[in-house]
Design a protein around this ligand. Sequence first.
Ligand code: ADP
Length: 257
Amino acid sequence: MNPIIDIEDVSFSYRETHVPALNHISLAIGEGDFLGIIGPSGAGKSTLAACLSGAIPHHFGGTLYGAVHVAGEDTCEVTLTDISRIVGSVLQDIDTQMVASVVEDELLFGLENFGVPHDEIEQRLSDALQTVGIADLRDREIATLSGGQKQKVAIAAILAMRPRVLVLDEPTAALDPASSTLVFETLREANRALGITIVVVEQKVALLSEYCNRVLVLNHGEIALQGEPHEVFAHADELRAIGVDCPRVTRIFNSLE
Ligand code: ADP
């Protein structure tokens, strides 16, 4: 495995807090992985996502121990802009992330800000809309879109930047089951067709078990379990104690065993 992200013994405490949000986390994320992160509220999932995107240490203040390497670079030693050329992130609250009122402009904004040459812009824009399956929404007002469609616009805007890693924090939190599945289909397409490494914080265990090749369970800022979905979800009692459900299929399988 060739790690695109290497987390070495990372602990992080937000400023003015005493309990670390992350506690001795070591993790290698391979290029092409589709990693799901799950855990109860306050477990440190968003904090870990922020370490991958460079928001920690560049945006949030606090005390960071250990090191996060993205494509070989220590995130403390490069700028947030440099990190965002490798790692694109979709925030939990996409409405605050969106800057334009029309879909096309949302994608253009990022591309122009990134200094993408003008003759490349149209190709990148149409490729990203195509990958996500929303070419027909190009001229739509974002305010008129459904939650699932908005989530796809946010993903397309990041994909247009051609990152090597896509980090998403609970992208389906506000979505119904059908739209949630469509978002994960989109992520699978980006993963398989473009080879983009996906890291997704997600509470819906059925989606994690179906789409991810690895699952990480966080609890109290520590890694409680990790492995392939079937390995992780075989620990039903441990997961229940942590407050994480198992997908129904695994539950039936475990009780048969
Ligand atoms: P999760 O995403 O698993 O719900 P978080 O990473 O958001 O967990 O939070 C981990 C811990 O860090 C919690 O105790 C939370 O209260 C604390 N925390 C999160 N964000 C901040 C912040 N901006 N300032 C101070 N404490 C924070």
